[in-house]
Design a protein around this ligand. Sequence first.
Ligand code: PLP
Length: 440
Amino acid sequence: MSQQYGPEASKVVSDWDQNVAPSVAKHPVSVVPSRAKGIYIYDVDGNKIADFSSGIASLPLGHGHPEVIAAAKEQIDRFVHVCSHTAYYQLYVDLIKSLRRIAPPCLKDGMGYLGNSGGEAVEAALKLVRYSTRKPLVLAYVPSFHGRTTGALSITAADAKYRKNLQYTLANVVHIPYPYCYRCPMGNKYSECDIACLSYVENYILKMIADSEDIAALVMEPISGEPGYIIPPDEYVRRLTKVLASAKISLIADEIQTGIGRTGKWFAVEHWSIEPAVMTIAKALGSGFPISAILGQRELMTEWKKGAHGSTFGGNPVAAAAAIKTIEVMERDKVVQNAERVGNHLLKRLSDLVEHEKNIGDVRGKGLAIAVELVENKDTKVPAVELRNKTLGIMLKKGLYCIGAGASAVRFAPPLVITPEDADNAVEIFQDSLETASVR
Ligand SMILES: Cc1ncc(COP(=O)(O)O)c(C=O)c1O
């Protein structure tokens, strides 16, 4: 669907298209902001839009939280950049300490490294586990999204377009099926399946392809974001934990999208008490300032010797100040609890639509990470891609911005500070838009 932009937005879009690499693809529907505050974007044509995308799950406190902005401004006045290779500065350490404070118990005594983006955090985690264990292989999931830089892309398996023409650079990764029960990769039905996708890993992958002694880690998003907030069954996670322990395979939990409160816990691993050796964190961490982190268990991190990794801008002081303040405000204002409470409400309201709406195949999520998967038909489950895109377009016209996820899901990833009333408005707009789109 080609989106109809207003007159001012059209100018920006056409200028963009003339000048920006087309590789920077857009979601099915885009906004053209002039300014943004709280949960709202005000676009260049004067429209006020509730932003339920949060810059892809990156604005836990909404746009321009005054205390975060003040912390960043204060740091700008002190110094903007020094480089972690040439200077010691307290903000770098303080952010790692803040992360340890909110981390699951197994990482409370960990050490950290700061980068600029999610992809960089994933690169760092992959290098760390390979360097420190001297093991070459990594296990990762299909579907999964972990970023677009070459190492991160090696484990990403979300859409063949990401890897097109690049396959020869992507190595030493064995992909295993993510427990996507609504569309079981093994063709089974949960819970009659006896977790066949994991039996396949145990009986085939670990026996016939990858000796566990060669595997540095499994990279897992505890809830798979880009494919549409896919949640593994508890039983899967319990068994996986045992498989990893007996094969002595470490876990890298990619918390780039799920971390910093998005799922109603500081980190999604806490839903199952999973104990990762390393966590990758980005997106929401800086409230929009580019910063990322890895937090790793001390024994592993101390093996990562001087010079093995680094970055000129990683842990930038302004972004670090914003991140420290983000965590502080979230703790004080109980924002994670709000994400859980309002998330439960939003999930229930959306789930209630399933029986009335013929095109809603599945509604799933935790906290404020919620996906509604649209299908042509509930029996065939054919993804309703065009209907999803049309629905998103109508929603935007009605003042609600959501983005897509997976093939045909609508993703609800608002700032974690929304109220139940904001959630109710969103459900009404979504239902109305879906019904309008489906009769066209
Ligand atoms: C789970 C996950 N990992 C990694 C990334 C990559 O992050 P970035 O786009 O900041 O490189 C993303 C981005 O969507 C993500 O969702």
